[in-house]
Design a protein around this ligand. Structure first.
Ligand code: ASP
Ligand code: MG
Length: 457
């Protein structure tokens, strides 16, 4: 059995879904379970509807919902059998009726709680999964839809819910696997429900994570993530358009580092369930299914290059904290991180000296409060408009001169922070946002001048 996850662009229209049906049909002997994202940009549109609703723009919210409704009707009815048409129309009508009631409720409340965000953002996958299941039958694939909210059980941290794995795995093995023995199962990604039955979501981009959980729960032989790019690249395509090379093979540990550092291709939590059960993850392009993609595997990947890929995260803020009073005293780091914790602000990268700490955050919303608290015991300086550039590769730890090559390549570019060691396979530098493109270009040229053909395309 395999899991095949298709992202938003892969199911953005009737034509795209037809392409997906072709890809799935070719793999029927492997008994696929299909996990789908919302169609196209539906999740963003649902969130825009929610903000309009709570801002009192009732008519605008309803109009946007009607656009979404027209879009879903138009695309889905083109790929539904005559005898199932009525049933699908009924489902769409009921679902959009519900959505409009929810919008009216939000208008009245004028407030958006995490729980109501989940209620509204779940509609994308609730719709797409039913539509794709109908479409598969239209294209001759015996298919059964299963509502993910009956299977993926989560805690109640709405908008970032964590799956309760034991219960979820037991439902996947008991309720999904037997159905998937007979028919192709289609499920919505991203969504689940709490033990009390409230709709929850796993966080933006969470459909990849759903695919990995499903794969682990049913004991899949492979988890395929079908997206709109050829796989992981040696450099971020937004920064190096056309210049990156496809990485054919990468380890779970490397893929996890890249996902954390802004490589948008995989949700950062995706690799965890797959890694725990040693199930390979395969990233593929639904528009070019003949391309072999990127394989993410458990073992370290032998590679002549020190670096597998360069990721980056722009628009981050560096906070420099300095206190001579803390010289030789214990508890300095504790006091600093306690403040960030209290204001629920994640810290990404840290470097320290005896009396100073530099760290980066990418959610600066509470920074003013944080600085005020820190100023009670330290001098604080905030530098916005910075960027992290992150070199990832299992080989970095075994290869001498990597740091030398980094600094050489960066030439006159001012490096604000540097960090290596924590995960052994990651070397990160912070540069000013203005130097980001230049830095990535220079590092990419340095580390990918020659390519190990076993690993790179
Ligand atoms: N539809 C959700 C989102 O846009 C989940 C996903 O596509 O993975 O974040
Ligand atoms: Mg995604």
């Amino acid at each position: 059995m395999i899991v095949m996850k298709f992202g938003g662009t892969s199911v953005e229209s009737a034509t795209a879904i037809e392409r997906v049906a072709g890809i799935v049909r070719d793999r029927l002997p492997e008994k696929p379970i299909v996990v789908v994202s919302a169609m196209g940009k539906t999740t963003n549109k649902l969130l825009a509807i929610a903000s309009a609703a709570i801002n009192g723009e009732r008519q605008r919210a309803i109009d946007l919902a009607i656009d979404l409704q027209d879009f879903h009707f138009r695309e889905s009815l083109r790929i539904t059998c005559e005898q199932e048409r009525q049933e699908l129309e009924r489902f769409l009508n009921v679902t959009f009726q519900e959505l409009k009631e929810l919008i009216r409720g939000l208008v009245v409340l004028g407030e958006l709680t995490p729980r109501s965000i989940d209620a509204i953002s779940s509609y994308g996958e609730r719709l797409s999964s039913v539509i794709v299941a109908h479409a598969f039958r239209y294209f001759g694939i015996p298919t059964e839809h299963i509502d993910s909210r009956k299977v993926i059980v989560t805690d109640s941290r709405h908008t970032q819910a964590a799956p309760i794995l034991e219960e979820t795995y037991s439902r996947l093995a008991g309720q999904v696997r037997p159905v998937a023995e007979q028919n192709v199962v289609v499920m919505g990604g991203f969504i689940g429900a709490t033990e009390a039955g409230a709709t929850s979501t796993l966080g933006r981009g969470g459909s990849d994570f759903t695919a990995s959980i499903v794969g682990a729960g049913i004991g899949a032989s492979e988890i395929q993530i079908w997206t709109d790019v050829d796989g992981m690249l040696t450099g971020d395509p937004r920064i190096l358009p056309g210049a990156g090379h496809r990485v054919r093979l990468i380890s779970f540990a490397e893929a996890a580092e890249l996902a954390y550092f802004g490589a948008k291709i995989l949700h950062p939590a995706t690799v965890v369930p797959a890694m725990e059960r040693n199930i390979p993850v395969h990233i593929l392009n639904s528009r070019r299914p003949q391309v072999e993609g990127t394989r993410v595997v458990a073992e370290a990947v032998h590679c002549a290059n020190a670096v597998k890929s360069i990721a980056c995260k722009g628009n981050i803020t560096v906070v420099n904290i300095h206190s001579t009073r803390m010289l030789m005293a214990h508890g300095f780091l504790h006091r600093i991180f306690e403040v960030f914790d209290r204001f629920e602000t994640p810290v990404d990268m840290v470097t320290t000296s005896e009396v100073s700490v530099s760290l980066t955050v990418d959610q600066p919303g509470r920074l003013e409060d944080i600085v005020e608290e820190l100023s009670a015991f330290a001098e604080v300086e905030v530098d916005p408009n910075q960027a992290i550039v992150c070199l990832v590769g299992d080989n970095i730890r075994y290869t001498p001169h990597v740091a030398g090559r980094v600094f050489n390549a960066l030439g006159g570019i001012n490096v604000r922070m540097i960090s290596q060691g924590a995960s052994l396979l990651n070397l990160s530098v912070v540069v000013s946002q203005d130097d980001l493109v230049k830095s990535v270009e220079a590092l990419h040229a340095e580390f990918f001048r020659e390519l190990d053909p076993a690993v790179f395309d």
